[in-house]
Design a protein around this ligand. Structure first.
Ligand SMILES: NC(=O)C1=CN([C@@H]2O[C@H](COP(=O)(O)OP(=O)(O)OC[C@H]3O[C@@H](n4cnc5c(N)ncnc54)[C@H](OP(=O)(O)O)[C@@H]3O)[C@@H](O)[C@H]2O)C=CC1
Ligand SMILES: CC1=C(/C=C/C(C)=C/C=C/C(C)=C/C=O)C(C)(C)CCC1
Length: 317
């Protein structure tokens, strides 16, 4: 149970990756400022987290079941927290989806929205009213750079993160009146199970419904670029956890928080040209004309990311 002065942090999707890294980092805080409730939809997947938490498990870290796709599971979990008191909510649970939309099933697309968007909505509906009553709280969402700009063949995932960004932008304004803060964490590629899940999913699908030319672009142009980007620019989940802790501990937590300076120019392109044609054409060029050349996109991004743009990123260091 949390002790006096400790902040109660509830995190969704802690069986792996970013959620697990944030749970471990906060639970192992030297000054024991946090009491972490790490949740996952299937507690059979708890072993890695328990091992990584070490002696924090049972002291500053406890586990609860929570499936963000189930109203009942969300309510049961929040009801079982002492006095339903959550100081910091970290919406992390999420799933990816890649492929040409004409070859993806609507069921797969709905599952992405059910998890990434409605999962956050369910958590907000359950946790926000208590925070408003107490006139304190911090809500964070592990969003994505793909919540700020679209990337070919990530359309549905990106749309789910855009939707979440839009949702939270409005909620953030409303909650200012109640002294509750909202922050989005926007990583680029992070080396977690996320990418392997995507690639496994791709290897199982035939993508019937897409024409041969589109499939050729997807398989031979997009996928190798994605693999290069994860290898060349991928951050570790621990880096995202560091950034997240920085945001939590900031006296005035920003609303938007990019974690990777290499992505800052990509996002800045959108704002450099209000018609957005510049970013659409640049991404097209990077993908189709340069993407095939080993790591060129990565090198361009590293070149562009020097200088003042770096200061617009929440650095994990
Ligand atoms: N990796 C990346 O490149 C990036 C990831 N992100 C975002 O970061 C977040 C975490 O992803 P990451 O750690 O990388 O990937 P992982 O696949 O390692 O982790 C995803 C977590 O979400 C959980 N999850 C999925 N569906 C549900 C559900 N219905 N209820 C509860 N938990 C669920 C998974 O649980 P289970 O084990 O049960 O499947 C898992 O714990 C996601 O929101 C993702 O969109 C953002 C930018 C980049
Ligand atoms: C193809 C391509 C790109 C791909 C970006 C990717 C694939 C980003 C993936 C991010 C992830 C996985 C975020 C998770 O939330 C760039 C760099 C924009 C440049 C244009 C070409």
């Amino acid at each position: 149970m949390a002790t006096e002065g400790q902040k109660v942090v509830l995190i969704t999707g802690c069986s792996s990756g970013i959620g697990m890294a944030i749970a471990v980092r906060l639970a192992r805080d030297e000054n024991k400022r946090y009491y972490v409730i790490a949740t996952m939809r299937d507690l059979k997947r708890k072993d890695k987290l328990v091992e990584a938490a070490g002696d924090a498990y049972g002291r500053t870290l406890s586990l609860l079941t929570l499936d963000v796709c189930s109203d009942e599971s969300v309510k049961q979990c929040v009801d079982s927290v002492k006095d339903r008191h959550i100081d910091i909510l970290i919406n992390n649970a999420g799933v990816g989806l890649v492929g040409p939309i004409e070859a993806l099933s609507l069921d797969d697309m709905k599952q992405v929205f059910e998890t990434n968007f409605f999962g956050v909505v369910r958590m907000l509906k359950e946790v926000m009213p208590d925070m408003k009553r107490r006139r304190s709280g911090h809500i964070l969402v592990i969003s994505s750079v793909l919540g700020l700009h679209g990337v070919a063949f990530n359309d549905i995932y990106s749309a789910s993160k855009f939707a979440t960004e839009g949702l939270c932008e409005g909620v953030a304004i409303q909650l200012l009146k109640f002294n509750v803060t909202v922050s989005m964490i926007e990583p680029g590629p992070v080396n977690t199970e996320f990418e392997m899940k995507l690639l496994t999913d791709v290897s199982k699908k035939e993508f019937a419904g897409a024409d041969a030319e589109t499939l050729d672009h997807f398989r031979n142009c997009y996928l190798p670029t994605q693999v290069n980007l994860f290898q060349g620019l991928g951050q570790t989940p621990e880096e995202i956890a560091k950034c997240t802790q920085k945001v939590i501990e900031s006296p005035r937590p920003p609303f938007r928080n990019l974690t990777n300076p290499l992505y800052t120019p990509i996002v800045a392109l959108k704002y450099a040209d209000e018609t957005r044609s510049l970013s659409v054409h640049t991404f097209y060029h990077m993908l189709y004309n340069l993407g095939g050349v080993m790591n060129v996109s990565v090198r361009i991004m590293k070149f562009l990311s020097g200088g003042w743009l770096r200061r617009r990123t929440i650095s994990p260091i």
